[in-house]
Structures are given as C-alpha cells and as structure tokens.
Design a protein around this ligand. Structure first.
Ligand code: ZN
Length: 295
C-alpha cells in the first residue's frame, strides 16, 4: 500500500467557469445573457492561484473557451505558473443538449484557443457537469478526434444531475485510444459514494470528507479531486433560482478556502497529465459497454 499522500497519484483539478454558467442555474440563465452578469473569475482565481503557490501545488485547470476568450491574460497567468491547461469545452452546454456536430465544434474551438494562448498542446478535456451519459455513442470519439489524449468526464456514482454508476472507478483506455480518468469515489459495502469534491466538499465537515477521500485513495490508489473557483466566493451575486439549486451552490462557501488549504497541507497534488499520462492502464472497449458495466 502506498502512502496516503503519495504525490505521484494525487491530482487537484479546477473547472474554470463563472458562477452564472453552472448547470444548477442553466434553467434560469441562458448562455446568450452571460454578458449581463458581473464577472468574478479573476478575483476567485487569484485566491486559488495564491493558495496553490503558497502550498507549492501544481493543478490541472479545465478552462472554458468562453473564459479564455474573455480573460486571455488569466489563461497565460495559469500557464506561466506551470499548472496544466486543459479544456472544459467552449460554452458549458450539457452534452445531452448538443448535436454530435455542435459538440465537436465546441471542444475543438476551446482546444485551439487555449493552445493559441499558451503555445502548448492541450491534452485533457472534462465534459460540463460530467454529462456524457451511458448511452452516448459519439462523445468519446469526438474527444479523441479533436486531439485530446485524455478525458476526465465520468463520475461513477448515482446522482440526479450526473453520474454513470456502472462505469469503472479507475482509469482505462477506450477502444479508440482515449484515456478516461474517473473522478474519485469510495465504496462502503455495496454503495459507491462521491469522494471527488464539488458540493460534498463544502457540505461535509472536513474530517468526514477527508475520511471518505482517504478510503477512496486506499481503494483506488489515486485521487482525482475537483472544485470550481465560484465555490470560494461568498460575495458573488445571488442568482434567482429554486431553493435546492441555491443551497447546493452557496452552502459553506465561507469556509471552503480554509478547507482547501487544509487539503493541500495533507495531500501533495500534481496535475492529471503528470500523474497519469505515462502510466499503463487496461483497454476496456466501447463506451456504451463500459458504461453499462460490461467490461
Ligand atoms: Zn463545469
């Protein structure tokens, strides 16, 4: 068994998007009105970049093309600090709401823009809201055809907004050659629970979240933790939405930075590319088979 804080296997990933672009508010805010909302991303990213610098952590940033277009200097700043620049697509639309062609354009445009800004290849992609469903036959081929080497777009849990509960919990290659790196989960008896961050990281007391994450690390031998800049900014404007979405979005934002600081003290993190791209993983076949547990 490897040490819990083994640097080689722990990754901190940050999905770089604005508070008004999240899936929980997608029914309240159309993409065409994004320009009407005050941007908070540069302030939020400074908090995170300062923390990572202080703790000497290198992270993977899945950046939206929309953010790169409107804040090109931010992308260059992240790259200058030697973090990994990866893609969250361009317009943060659920894949189930896109045609195959529109999806291809979205992920290709985001990749080209990020590569133009940083003059370096972008290898990683994460789907908005982990929205590649079990019956989607084309998303992984489009991701591979766009030139990405890996995707971190699956959360193998049951959840009302996302999740592919029967998919593998550890990294694997699809038959087309794309590497998929699932977000961290933990298994208690027969139940698989989320361990990778997001709202649960804010909702649960630190010791409880950490005990789940530790269990996950012991079971999977790696950590793929994810978070968002808007989770650390209690002063962001409030979006008019339903009580459930507002609670999920805003719960415990006040204490989130202190929690992330603690996490960076306990675990040594590195980028997904550094942790996984040189490793050997099994090739499991076609996505629709893998997603339905036939692997
Ligand atoms: Zn997102």
């Amino acid at each position: 068994m490897q040490e819990i804080n083994n640097k080689e296997n722990n990754s901190l990933t940050i999905d770089v998007e604005e508070y008004f672009q999240v899936e929980a508010f997608a029914n309240n805010i159309k993409a065409s009105t994004w320009g009407d909302y005050p941007s908070r991303i540069e302030y939020q990213m400074q908090l995170l970049l300062d923390l990572l610098e202080e703790k000497q952590v290198k992270a993977t940033f899945f950046i939206l093309g929309y953010i790169a277009k409107n804040h090109p200097k931010l992308v260059k700043l992240i790259a200058d600090k030697k973090h990994e620049i990866a893609s969250h697509g361009f317009n943060h639309q659920h894949i189930t709401k896109q045609t195959q062609k529109a999806f291809s354009v979205d992920i290709t445009d985001a990749k080209s823009l990020l590569e133009d800004l940083t003059a370096a290849p972008v290898n990683g992609y994460r789907a908005p809201c982990f929205s590649i469903t079990a019956d989607n036959e084309w998303a992984h081929d489009e991701i591979y055809n766009a030139g990405y080497l890996y995707s971190s777009s699956t959360y193998p849990i049951a959840h009302d907004l996302y999740g592919v509960p029967n998919a593998p919990r550890t990294p694997y290659f699809l038959e087309n050659g794309l590497l998929e790196i699932p977000v961290s989960t933990a298994k208690y008896r027969n139940k698989i629970v989320p361990a990778g961050g997001g709202g649960y990281f804010r909702l649960l007391p630190y010791f409880l979240f950490n005990s789940i994450l530790k269990k996950s690390k012991n079971q999977l031998d790696y950590i793929n933790f994810y978070t968002h800049p808007w989770e650390y900014d209690p002063k962001q404007p409030k979006i008019k939405s339903n009580a459930k979405s507002n609670f999920r979005h805003r719960v415990n934002q006040h204490g989130a930075l202190a929690k992330l600081t603690k996490l960076c003290q306990v675990y040594q993190f590195d980028t997904l590319a550094n942790v996984h791209l040189e490793k050997t993983y099994p090739t499991l076949g076609k996505w629709t088979d893998i997603a339905s547990g036939k692997f």
